[in-house]
Write a protein that binds this ligand. Sequence first.
Ligand code: ATP
Length: 229
Amino acid sequence: MLKISRLGKAFDHRCVLEDVDLNISKREIVSIIGPSGRGKTTLLKLIAGLLTADTGKIERSYTRLSYVFQEDRLLPWLTVAENVKLVNDALSSDDCMALLAMMRLADSQRLYPSEISGGMRQRVAMARAFAYEPELILLDEPFKSIDQFLRKQLIEDMLALWRVQGQSVLLVTHDPDEAIAMSDTIYLMDGIPASIVKRIVIDAPRNLTETAKQTIRNEIEKFWEEETS
Ligand SMILES: Nc1ncnc2c1ncn2[C@@H]1O[C@H](COP(=O)(O)OP(=O)(O)OP(=O)(O)O)[C@@H](O)[C@H]1O
């Protein structure tokens, strides 16, 4: 599906990414966790073809990709429903409504982006990404302006949709719990320039006991402590 080998990227001779290796299989959910400013968004942009790598290779075997940016990038002159339908002419009104309902936006379908909150706009962007029915979806901190309670529900709803659509997902997050709840594999990214410093493969993805979740949480925390000491 996606195979990244020894990827490198510099801006103005300042190396941001070096020797990044990462694979995503069909239907796999992969998370990347890492400190701010290490190059996670840069990596997503390289995958999406919005930036060009200086070194290394990206091998792709998909054609349809959705990218949920940190900012919502909605068209202000279109309503919520129109923004979602825009990416897929074949999407029926019922399917559009189902997506909006999943994102807890059913009552907002006729509103304009300026009439809803930042967290709601981010959810419209997520609905739009799924409406495209991509094979790979890139999510850059999609839950960051969403409160903790709704975040938990959205993760469950997104997973329900993922079980039906079956795309591969690459999620960038600062929140280990989000990564643990969703992923098959978690990559920790660190260093200047940054690379993948640890890969955690989850044994029973999306079906973990509290104890298993805590073990992974500890593994991530212990690793950061060692990295920063
Ligand atoms: N177009 C650009 N030109 C110059 N420098 C850039 C550009 N894009 C990103 N950078 C720099 O590359 C580094 C990595 O940025 P990036 O946004 O990829 O980090 P990040 O890990 O996604 O951060 P955050 O977690 O805060 O979103 C930063 O130092 C940033 O300033």
